[in-house]
Design a protein around this ligand. Sequence first.
Ligand code: PLP
Length: 371
Amino acid sequence: MAADRDKETSKGFDSEIGHLYGPNPYISLNSTYFRGQRSVYARDTNPTWEYLEAEVGRLEGGRCTVFASGMGAISSIVAAVEGRKTLFLAEDSYNGTRRLAQYLSDIGRLHLNMVTQKQLSSLCFITDASPGDILFYESPSNPHLNLYDIAAISRVCRDHGLMSVVDSTLATPFLQRPLSLGADVVVHSLTKALSGHSDVLGGAVVTKDPELDSLFRLRRSLLGAIPSAWDVYLILRGLKTAELRVDRASKNAYSSLFVFFKYLDPSRIYYPYHPSSPTLELAMRQMTGGGGVVSVVFEDEATAERFLDALRQFHKATSLGGVESLAERRAIHKGEEGTHPGLVRLSFGIEPWDLLEQDLVQALETALRQS
Ligand SMILES: Cc1ncc(COP(=O)(O)O)c(C=O)c1O
């Protein structure tokens, strides 16, 4: 009897458990495990996490560690700098990443070197770097949608002994796979398109390097930045439809360019697949689609606010990658003081295009009529 129970329990530690009972993964709500199992305590591991780690790892082509949020994932990487040397951080990174790095630098925990768009694109940041340093950047960046040549940057980092990290949240693994382009680490906010329903936070770090993978797991366990099994289940549920949603959102976002072109100068519209973008060739080389985020720059704050107030299908809210379309002025956020006050970031959802099109047209007419 006791032996049978042990056998049953051991099934509960199998990340394949979902396949044993049905299409959905098992939600492990255990905080502790019976002695003799391959885990001791749920801050170290959890079968439901393992299922998500297997999925995200397969999509990115590496070993994945999941975290309680994108910032939890980014913290585990930035923490890896502490014993190393300098963190080279792209100036156009997400404001949370910049604020975290600045805070750690201010309290003397790491040496920070901000890298401009020009220094990163031309690879000349490398002249200031030493072996053991870390480069962290986004491609596409949030909210300016700047693109960087991941293969070229990875090559120069490897040649000079730097670890390169790409936050690929805006691209998702369906549109871009940084590890296959040579990056050492890829990071995601799972809060965005991979979960996709604006109902959960999560983060992931993926690497091919087993030593780094162990370090990220250690940091997660010791700092306690762990996701709940229920949250991980929600992310897994969203992940089942992520590829379809990303495809639809990308189509909606791309279609919107041709509406904006009628009202705004093309240089005020940012999107990886923008037909006259100077990085279009790069986008087509390293991404298989442009993604669901478009940023547009209105002349001033007042025009941007009129546009946002006039929108009916788009909710005025932060975040991106959900099934519903969202829009906001980025300059309202802490850490975005340098962003143009008229810049509006739109995150396209999966609504029918004709509804979004009508809404954009009427909001643009309203906003620009009065300017
Ligand atoms: C590019 C990018 N990276 C990381 C994060 C942080 O993710 P989270 O909000 O899940 O902590 C965000 C959040 O907006 C983001 O846009």
